[in-house]
Design a protein around this ligand. Sequence first.
Ligand code: FES
Ligand SMILES: [Fe+2]
Length: 423
Amino acid sequence: MLSAEDNELLTRIGPDARMGKLLRRYWHPIAGISDLETSWTRRVRLLGEDLVLFKDRSGRLGLIAEYCPHRRASLAYGIPTEDGIRCPYHGWEMDARGLCLDQPNETNHGALRGKPVTTGYPVQVLGGMVWAYLGKQKTPPRFPDYEFNNVPDSHVRPMRGLLKCNWLQGLEALLDSAHVGYLHNANVQNFAKTMIGSEETTNILLTNGAPNFEFIEKPYGFREGALRPGKTGNTYARIREVALPYFSFIPGRYSGMGTACCSIPIDDENTAQWYIAFNVDNPIDMERFRVFGMADINLDYFNEGMGGWHNMWQQDRKAMKDGYWSGFVGKGNPHEDFAVQESMGPIVDRSKEHLGQADLVIVRARRMLIDAVRRYEKTGETSFAGPEVEFPRIRALAITYPSSEDWKQFDAFNPPRALSAAE
Ligand code: FES
Ligand SMILES: [Fe+2]
């Protein structure tokens, strides 16, 4: 459990909230690059702020406050210009820095020309996504150049789901290996060959719902080993990388392929949950996604139409009678996660929980996030993104190895030759 005060600290992310101030020291993914191919503007809500992402006629991207500084029309309906965007109402023109370029409805084109009239934030495009920095500091923080940010666009596929609850609920499901054999039981059985590997490892996952967790503390968060005994004398380890404040790297079928997940606060009660599938060696194989219904999806909102309390997130009671654990027949793991997270309410009351051994990873992440807020308040230093962090070296790994070995010694970029990466 968590005190009500700490729960408040962790979950509130507006501009004046303690966690909100810390999160404004990071770069956040805000949109897929394909979103601006068909429209020159896109509404973005991030950390409780309403913004508009636009592409000017020179092809440059800008991110500014959504509402026009004149009389507050939405610039999502704006008209792109050579250097910025023009409000359709009275024609004011602003650029990506938030400067006024023109007031055509005023004598001599206005007195505000060249002056700051609205908020503009820096953006970058990497990993098939647009990223934004919402901090007030002039120097943006380090950009997290994770592996998936350094591969060709064809090797990475970002998919965004929208979740009607707080970001920490989203994150906690991404960190929680302990639920896989339960909530995702049917999917593990049906899709394991595609997603996880061999029959042996699938069976281990299905039959052992209580792995032993071990951790290695890292400057970006921690590595989490979920260890399960395999065939005689072997251990099957799923080694996840947790890069705080909100990334979780899930191992794929071999080292170099995987999914990076993150939980980005839209506001206190809404979250963008990203699943960024990537393969460092080859283009993304779409057939993998077809198997579990994630091939022909709306990449910007893949869970559109998933439902909610009014239809119990489409839970099929008959299938449950026939032994289907979650009842979310034919849906992917995210659907199952989202239903559980939303069912807790917009911001779960963590003071009423009963935590156990299986929740160690959750407890650890909460503690590190609280410490990071306090450290930032005291020293101004940003945790998890210091110069010592090697973002491109963060890689998850699933591996079967002789139990006499120590998984903590394994390098995911060069798994020990004598041992086999789980197939
Ligand atoms: S409201 Fe935008 S120019 Fe008047
Ligand atoms: Fe899950």
